[in-house]
Design a protein around this ligand. Structure first.
Ligand SMILES: NC(=O)c1ccc[n+]([C@@H]2O[C@H](COP(=O)([O-])OP(=O)(O)OC[C@H]3O[C@@H](n4cnc5c(N)ncnc54)[C@H](OP(=O)(O)O)[C@@H]3O)[C@@H](O)[C@H]2O)c1
Length: 292
């Protein structure tokens, strides 16, 4: 067991929570960095140390990293992503942390350069991490089942429709629980190789196939409809422009990739879209009145 706590940023978010739960279950000392200590307390109780703070508040970051051995670096897509993550990484190095594991953007948002403002921001942080004198690794997960696929599923449960810009575009969706498992593995391993890891699910599934799987699981028809993506103005906010770029890249088939990284890291297959769909529709399949 590590003596020094592992600091998790983004701990109250969708992926961070999964990472914290796993580290706590393994008996690791964990400190979480949050603007909402009350929310963190409600989520994790007394199982973690809570460092209240904000990436933009240098003093709170310096306090949070004090005595920390390793850092799980995660922050939301925003115009501040580079500034916030570089500040957290530099604070960790100054506090003699030994390792940083970063949750980066999907590989297809980062390479080739120039397609995605979010990918460019993550790439800038990855380059900074590689220049640091400690162990660092950046995990590049493909689209998460718990985000875009979960939205598609809940829309289908409510409206009996799957809508996409290109129904035949495939995605190598990954389950966030697998991302968390790999992140924990990288945080706790004796040695890591550094660089980047491109994480995907086991197979590429198109929106048309998702509609068919949903229809089978819900035992009713689910229409598959093509609709052009909404145009987001160039002066729109960072997150909306980033998401619009993701939708275009996905429609162009860029997310249709799989790798064997989860298998290589964990010695087991990643979770499937089919299993995720069954899990998500179970309440609706049991009760036709159910609304997500
Ligand atoms: N969704 C996908 O398909 C996908 C794919 C690849 C990569 N990613 C990457 O995953 C990341 C998002 O992860 P997520 O969805 O788990 O995040 P999330 O659920 O949106 O949670 C955001 C977290 O960041 C914390 N946070 C936000 N602003 C902060 C600030 N100023 N100071 C301190 N903490 C702050 C929040 O904590 P408090 O509110 O408690 O302070 C919260 O825990 C992004 O970097 C994205 O690029 C996502």
């Amino acid at each position: 067991m590590n003596e020094r706590p592992i600091l998790v940023t983004g701990a109250t978010g969708k992926l961070g929570q999964l990472v914290v739960e796993r580290l706590v279950a393994l008996g690791q000392p964990v400190r979480v960095f949050t603007r909402r200590p009350g929310a963190a307390g409600a989520l994790f109780g007394k199982t973690v140390q809570i460092a209240a703070g904000d990436f933009g508040d240098r003093t709170s970051l310096e306090t949070a990293v004090r005595g920390v051995g390793r850092l799980l670096l995660l922050s939301p897509i925003s115009a501040r992503l580079v500034m916030d993550q570089v500040a957290a990484a530099d604070a960790a190095v100054a506090a003699n942390a030994a390792r940083i594991v970063k949750i980066s953007g999907s590989d297809w948002t980062i390479a080739p350069a120039g397609n995605s403002i979010s990918g460019a921001a993550h790439a800038a942080v990855e380059r900074h991490l590689e220049s640091l004198p400690i162990d660092t690794i950046s995990l590049r997960p493909n689209a998460w089942m718990q985000v875009s696929l979960a939205n598609t599923i809940s829309h289908a449960i409510t409206n009996n429709q799957v809508i996409a810009a290109n129904l035949d575009a495939g995605i190598g969706y990954i389950d966030a629980r697998d991302i968390a498992d790999v992140a924990v593995h990288q945080l706790l391993a004796d040695r890591i190789r550094g660089g980047t890891l491109n994480l995907t699910g086991p197979d590429v599934v198109s929106f048309r196939q998702i509609a068919a799987q949903l229809a089978a699981a819900l035992k009713r028809s689910v229409a598959a409809l093509e609709k052009p993506p909404r145009i987001v103005p160039q002066d729109g906010d960072f997150e909306h422009r980033a998401v619009a770029q993701f939708i275009s890249l996905i429609a162009a088939g860029r997310a249709a990739t799989t790798t064997d990284v989860v298998w290589t890291q964990l010695g087991r297959s990643p979770r499937t879209v089919a299993a995720f769909i069954l899990e998500q529709v179970a309440p609706a399949a049991a009760d036709p009145e159910y609304q997500p």
